[in-house]
Ligand binder design. Structure first.
Ligand code: C5P
Length: 226
């Protein structure tokens, strides 16, 4: 029963945006609401999984549940540390966070004064959390990723599936008016490492979370059988 198989399983979920300080009052971030990851955490916990939710700065929080432990973080580096700490004990890791790709090379300790003209800030690359942990994924660990593209994006989602060593990746096309940030609904394409491609109907994020958990449940069942 793919529903029961989640009971007692350890989940690690990253969610929300990250915030990269420029100075004590300013930052670089993005529009992620954390909804999808929070929904996954809530539904997994309801099915008996033990969830560690690494949550970037967002107004939303999961409904309190004894099976959810939320660790709040701000920056990508903080999220990376927290995720690394809990990765080895997780059977399932879901990388839902919209991690900022860049951070300021030298965040200023003081508020940067207004200049006459342009201000130049050098941004350097943040670590790729999913890719780094994907490289050390164990046989029995399941990794799930998300890809958000403003075009159809099948090609780049396939590339992410391979490069980040995901078992499956959930592609959100922003082309689609029902998909994306801050929305309650999503229409996605799920690409699996076995080559399967499935386009879902428009679903609420809660319904999508349940579908994704079903899929994870079946992978866990298959692992048990083999
Ligand atoms: O490469 P891109 O950012 O589009 O990949 C998205 C996927 O990789 C998501 O699952 C996201 O959570 C994860 N990711 C990450 N660390 C980053 C960038 C993306 O874990 N620095």
């Amino acid at each position: 029963n793919p529903d029961k198989v989640l009971k007692g399983k350890k989940f690690l979920i990253t969610a929300g945006p990250t915030q990269e300080a420029i100075d004590p009052v300013r930052y670089v971030s993005n529009h992620s609401s954390g909804k999808m990851g929070i929904s996954l955490a809530e539904k997994a916990a309801q099915k008996g999984a033990e969830v560690i939710l690494i949550l970037g700065p967002t107004a939303l929080k999961p409904r309190p549940h004894p099976n959810i432990k939320t660790i709040s973080v701000l920056s990508a580096l903080d999220m990376f540390e927290a995720t690394k700490t809990h990765h080895s004990e997780a059977q399932v890791a879901i990388f839902c966070a919209a991690v900022a790709d860049y951070r300021s090379e030298t965040p200023s300790a003081q508020k940067i004064k207004k200049k006459e003209n342009a201000l130049t800030i050098t941004l350097i690359k943040n670590p790729d959390i999913a890719k780094t942990l994907g490289a050390s994924k164990k046989q029995n660990q399941i990794h799930v990723g998300f890809a958000l593209e403003t075009d159809e994006g099948l090609g780049s989602a396939e590339k992410k599936l391979v490069e980040k060593n995901f078992d499956f990746v959930v592609l959100n096309s922003l082309l689609d008016p029902e998909a994306g940030f801050q929305k309650d609904t999503n229409q996605v394409t799920i690409l699996s490492k076995n080559g399967e491609k499935i386009k879902t109907p428009v679903l609420t994020k809660d319904m999508l979370a349940l579908q994704l958990l079903d899929r994870i449940g079946s992978i866990l069942e298959n692992q048990k059988a083999s």
